[in-house]
Design a protein around this ligand. Structure first.
Ligand code: ASP
Length: 340
């Protein structure tokens, strides 16, 4: 399993080693950008793109599951919900759902959202005791006239829909929290917090796009803190005419730049998914990078043609991609402190 401590440490070390800000320069991507942007459609013949699922981080089982559901049932949103639920139920994933690391008070609080091909959206924030916030978010979207429910209201809504109340704090997560408490210095934008999340995007055989994002948020966050992940336009945005984008990393950066919406709008203006993700990462680096060199953000995007791209502030961000029979985990290109 991907270890977020390693990821964050590598990020910090890379920044320290470089000794310069990330805002002024950019490295060559680790891998060939053209590979990321490989189109699978035959645009001239007007064929629909093949079903494709992409997710933040190392979750090939989840993207595979999502792809299988899309291939069997047809709709991107159904596949995405199934894939994200796998990660939410995994006690070994300490960033999402059951087993997620708690806030500084030892309480697991979850955020999630979904957006479909019709532009419908649903979110839950600061939700406790429910293992599958992605499915509650979908219920908010489908069964209420609202977009977002929060806290106790979201919990009551979930219970009314038949979701079960559960203890989400695993022994392993509690031990990590107790370990953190020994130092317990809380710096909202410092390097002590660890974070990642699952954002998943898909296009189905009808050429329809959907997305979802689910997280337990920044580890050891202030009680009540909500990040970008459940915020439509920040942690996720889908426009079925154009494309979809989702984020992971320090939510405060993503919210302040409305990252996912920005990426979709850049794709609308003609940028490739990778170029759009890169520009959104650069926006953060230019505005906030100098003072926050150890903080990571990663973006993934998928356009209407089935092309995808990713970009992150620092090395260490990877993503999972499933299409046809292939399920891969690849490193993202990134901005870097090391280029001169
Ligand atoms: N973006 C999430 C948040 O800020 C955390 C993460 O991606 O790890 O809550």
């Amino acid at each position: 399993m991907f270890n977020r401590r390693d990821f964050l440490n590598k990020t910090i070390l890379a920044s320290l080693a470089a000794g310069v800000g990330i805002s002024s320069c950019e490295s060559k991507p680790k891998q060939d950008a053209a590979k990321n942007n490989a189109a699978t459609t035959n645009q001239s013949s007007g064929e629909k793109p093949e079903a494709t699922v992409i997710a933040t981080w190392k979750h090939p089982d989840a993207t595979q599951k999502a792809l299988e559901v899309i291939q069997n049932q047809g709709r991107a949103l159904d596949g995405i919900e199934a894939g994200v639920r796998m990660v939410e139920a995994d006690p070994l994933d300490q960033s999402v759902g059951y087993g997620g690391l708690p806030d500084r008070d030892g309480i697991v609080t979850l955020d999630a959202c979904v957006m479909d091909e019709k532009g419908n959206a649903g979110c839950v924030t600061f939700l406790q005791h429910i293992m599958h916030p992605v499915s509650v978010a979908r219920k908010v979207m489908e069964d209420t006239p609202h977009v977002m429910l929060s806290g106790e209201g979201a919990l009551q809504f979930a219970l009314s829909k038949g979701f079960e109340k559960e203890n989400l704090l695993t022994q392993a997560a509690e031990e990590r929290w107790k370990e953190w408490l020994k130092e317990g210095t809380y710096k909202p934008v410092g390097g002590h917090e660890q974070h990642d999340t699952i954002g998943m995007l898909a296009i189905d055989g009808n050429g329809n796009l959907s997305g979802a994002c689910s997280t337990s948020g920044m580890a050891f966050k202030m009680h009540g803190r909500v990040g970008d992940s459940p915020i439509i336009g920040a942690g996720l945005y889908v426009d079925n005419e154009v494309g979809a984008a989702t984020a992971t990393g320090l939510g405060e950066f993503v919210m302040k730049t409305l990252g996912a919406f920005l990426i979709v709008e850049l794709m609308r203006q003609g940028k490739s998914p990778e170029a759009a993700c890169r520009e959104a990462a650069l926006r953060i680096a230019e505005k906030y990078g100098k003072a926050n060199e150890d903080m990571q953000v990663g973006y993934i995007a998928l356009n209407k043609k089935g092309e995808y791209g990713t970009y992150s502030l620092h090395p260490g961000f990877n993503y999972s991609i499933s299409r046809k029979a292939s399920h891969e985990v690849l490193d993202s290109p990134y901005l870097s402190a090391s280029a001169g």
